[in-house]
Design a protein around this ligand. Structure first.
Ligand code: ATP
Ligand code: MG
Length: 396
């Protein structure tokens, strides 16, 4: 009777991608496999110098990727083994577990070329065949030259050349580029949800937001945001405010500035954001609140002070925090602004924060009057409060 056939798909799977899946599916059909076992590696000896993603994450991603294919399954034998994982131990163990199966260890050409460096590589053939698949556009059928003793155990199969690698996917995620259609949707979502491959320390999250902003905003507006970041940084140094917080608030303050009115209204409805009567007819007054929501939900900014600074940067409000004041002002005096009196205001900003803020609010109010626009009461409250405070300071 014919033996059942099993494919063994070993890999770091950091992350698993459609190349792995297409290969596994292709050979499982060609060789009438009854089962393909995916085995994420534990601590692979040939990747010692590289930083590898947490094994449970790699395991989860494989699990998601193969779900729904009844021939595919996953094994933890390498993940749960202590110390370095060697393929020889794995195939030996599999042979004990599945003695009745004819086995094919599936490898890309690139992996096969390294085979002679693997521990006890010759012994591997006592437990399994090796099935080599295409990993370049010009794979030749004599790739196993030099393995004469094992010829009967080596199968070379031309499979579709799929130019996808995990390395490439990690790089794309780090650069905030799309990996859609390169990995299954569930894997893509898992990577996003768990923020895998985003190197927060050096690529830093701010760069990701900036590249998002560049796509969303008109060039002039994007330049303005860079100006506000710069101004917020210098003001934060002067006024002893956390520079990182100032930078983040500045980065997000105009996030939704170029959204149109319909999109804003829809976003607000979908996200249960309510606006008062004045706000709801004026997109200028809506954009800060929406930017706050996006920063919170999409970029996981949870610091209340940062979020308030984003929300109130247009109107100001009674009892603004130092960070809120600073962002309001930075928006007003950033280097690209050129209205008459801006240099004087820049000067005051570095001498008296409250005085500068009152001047900026006055400027806003005058502008609104000239334009015949409604003045939001929060702006008037902000002004009144600051004047009270200033006179209290003087009085006391
Ligand atoms: P990395 O870039 O991190 O090395 P990888 O894409 O090569 O990742 P591995 O987990 O190292 O993925 O690969 C496991 C096995 O799958 C190896 O034998 C490899 O040759 C094979 N393989 C991976 N991607 C492909 C592909 N696109 N086509 C054919 N074989 C592949
Ligand atoms: Mg590889």
């Amino acid at each position: 009777m014919k033996k059942p056939v099993m494919g063994i798909m070993g890999g770091t799977f950091d992350p698993i991608h459609n190349g792995h899946l297409i290969i596994a599916e292709t050979v499982s059909n060609l060789y009438n496999m009854d089962k393909v076992l995916f085995i994420p590696s534990g601590d692979p000896p040939h990747k010692q110098n590289l930083k590898i993603t947490e094994k449970e994450d790699r395991y989860e991603m494989v699990k998601y990727a193969i779900a729904g294919n009844e021939k595919f399954s996953i094994s933890r034998i390498e993940l749960d083994r202590k110390g370095k994982t060697y393929t020889i131990d794995t195939v030996k163990e599999l042979n004990d577990m599945y003695p009745e199966y004819e086995k094919f260890f599936i490898m890309g050409e690139d992996a096969f070329r390294q085979l002679k460096t693997w521990k006890d590589y010759e012994k591997i053939f006592s437990y399994t065949n090796i099935l080599i698949v295409t990993r370049s556009f010009n794979m030749t059928m004599d790739i196993h030259k030099g393995f004469d003793d094992f010829c009967s155990k080596i199968y070379v199969t031309k499979t579709p050349f799929i130019e996808i690698s995990s390395t490439h996917i990690r790089e794309k995620v780090e650069k905030n580029q799309s990996i859609r259609y390169l990995v299954p949707k569930e894997v893509e979502d898992y990577i996003k949800r768990n923020k895998i491959y985003i190197n927060l320390e050096n690529s830093n999250k701010n760069n990701l937001v900036l590249s998002d902003l560049k796509n969303k905003l008109k060039p002039k507006r994007y330049k303005h945001v860079l100006g506000v970041i710069e101004a917020a940084k210098s003001l934060s140094l002067k006024w002893n405010v956390d520079q990182e917080k100032a930078e983040i608030a500045a980065l997000f303050h105009d996030f939704s500035k170029n959204m149109d009115f319909e999109d804003m209204t829809r976003y607000a409805a979908e996200n249960e954001i309510t606006f008062d009567k004045i706000e709801s007819s004026n997109k200028e007054l809506m954009h800060g609140r929406i930017a706050r929501d996006i920063a919170y939900k999409k970029y996981f900014i949870t610091d209340e002070d940062i979020l308030n600074s984003i929300e109130y940067h247009t109107t100001g409000r009674r009892g603004m925090s130092k960070l809120e004041k600073l962002i309001f002002l930075a928006d007003y005096i950033e280097p690209n602004r050129s209205f008459p009196g801006v240099d004087k205001l820049r000067d005051i900003s570095f001498k008296n924060l409250d005085k500068a803020l009152i001047d900026a609010i006055d400027g806003t109010i005058e502008h609104l009057i000239q334009m015949g626009e409604i003045i939001h009461p929060r702006t008037l409250e902000a002004r009144n409060y600051l004047i009270e405070e200033l006179s209290n300071q003087r009085g006391g």
